[in-house]
Ligand binder design. Structure first.
Ligand SMILES: [Zn+2]
Length: 168
């Protein structure tokens, strides 16, 4: 099972990428892909609020960029659809039993159950490249370990570089 290698860099740092497509690994790709990600922090869970989106620009072939964007978009649509279907079944029964102030937290549970198949799918078939923004850092996850290591090396001038959580 391929598990992505995660490199963590400061959020204020603009990451550099090796001149390789982040999808197919072709050298000197003709385009870039903008990967948008939402900030995740403790407030995400408390307030159900995702912070300011962060854009990471990575090298990619024109076609690969579209493919990556399409699969990310499809992921959002599929997750949204699964949550919507689940809510059709769960909203009324939960609303009848849970105090009003706690309703949005109670709805998190069926929401998470709904997207579970998608999360499992992503675990077994991770995207070639993915980012996650935290309050002061960004995770760059590469399906290919060599790409991840090259990326870590090229960004060694950042305040910190963590490979799988370990500073190098
Ligand atoms: Zn490519």
């Amino acid at each position: 099972m391929p598990s992505p290698t995660t490199i963590n860099l400061p959020r204020s740092y603009t990451a550099k990428f090796p001149p390789r497509c982040v999808v197919c690994r072709a050298h000197s790709p003709d385009s870039t892909v903008s990967v948008w990600t939402w900030s995740i922090g403790w407030w995400t869970w408390v307030l159900l609020w995702w912070g300011m989106p962060v854009r990471v620009k990575a090298p990619a072939c024109y076609r690969c960029a579209w493919r990556l964007q399409f699969s990310r978009f499809a992921g959002v649509v599929i997750s949204g659809l699964l949550i919507w279907i689940m809510f059709q079944f769960c909203f009324e029964p939960i609303k009848a039993r849970v105090p009003r102030g706690l309703l949005k937290y109670a709805m998190l549970i069926p929401g998470l159950i709904a997207v579970l198949p998608y999360i499992v799918f992503q675990t077994f078939f991770p995207p070639p490249f993915e980012t996650t923004a935290m309050s002061d850092s960004i995770d760059y996850a590469f399906r290919d370990e060599d790409d991840a290591i090259d990326f870590a090396m090229i960004n060694s001038d950042a305040a910190w570089v963590k490979v799988e959580g370990t500073p190098i």
